[in-house]
Write a protein that binds this ligand. Sequence first.
Ligand SMILES: NC(=O)c1ccc[n+]([C@@H]2O[C@H](COP(=O)([O-])OP(=O)(O)OC[C@H]3O[C@@H](n4cnc5c(N)ncnc54)[C@H](O)[C@@H]3O)[C@@H](O)[C@H]2O)c1
Length: 264
Amino acid sequence: MLLKGKKALIMGVANKRSIAWGIAEAFHREGAELAFTYQNERLRENLDELLDTIGGRAGFPTFPGDVTSEEQLDAVFGGLRDRWGALDAVAHCIAYADRDDLTRPLHEVSRDGYALAMNVSAYSLLAIARRAARLMSAGGSIFTLTYNAVERVVPGYNIMAVAKAALETEVRYLASELGPGAVRVNAISAGPLKTLAGSAVKGISRLRDVTEETAPLRRNITIDDVGDVAVFLASDLSRAVTGNTIFVDSGFHVMGMASLPATS
Ligand SMILES: NC(=O)c1ccc[n+]([C@@H]2O[C@H](COP(=O)([O-])OP(=O)(O)OC[C@H]3O[C@@H](n4cnc5c(N)ncnc54)[C@H](O)[C@@H]3O)[C@@H](O)[C@H]2O)c1
């Protein structure tokens, strides 16, 4: 029960394959009190059905939380303040780019497509962190999800790699700005997973094959692998960890020849 007594907001459950759902299950197992946001009414139904599998939807506050809406974000954190008074952890598991902008070469991305991807996938962390920090007067943990296409070129990741670069930089600046108030900010860099967002990346199956063939641990990751690291980040075990990107990728990022299958 590493998270007993902690109050956590989980943002980004779309379905049972979502990384956010892996985090929710792990947090629930460890005794956290949970609240959730959903992007729209269709996804609310999915979320409610999932909540029924961990004790029933009635036990969890849920809020509409389209991150492009300042009003909805105000209502989320206002609602949490009224309900809980304080907050210990936020899981930001949100990203979006138009499929067309993901598939075309980066130098062909439209101005609007660029702005949309940055708004949803990177600016949202800032909008959430400033509201969350106000509820974390006793300290807290905010973390987000990134992918290693920031450091190296992964064909097909294009505009999302640029958004993740901004996101990772935000993590470091937020860690510096919020650290004096004992609010920690970190990122988890996850290996490829066939979620809704992951499936929008052309070549995700190949990425998973290469991970299995060449990553040090010779296997793909699961949302449970991410959930357990998220428990560490939300718990007091990580009390001196901030501004970090923790890789949950079977070690794939350390390989210099990772794009080639291992030879004997
Ligand atoms: N799947 C992968 O291979 C992988 C790898 C590394 C990092 N990530 C990151 O993990 C995070 C979670 O993605 P996932 O793979 O679980 O996919 P997912 O599709 O299950 O989750 C993405 C979530 O973003 C939400 N979202 C999109 N636009 C939104 C908006 N305007 N307002 C509020 N919510 C919005 C969706 O509703 C969805 O719940 C993302 O940041 C993604 O980039 C994914």
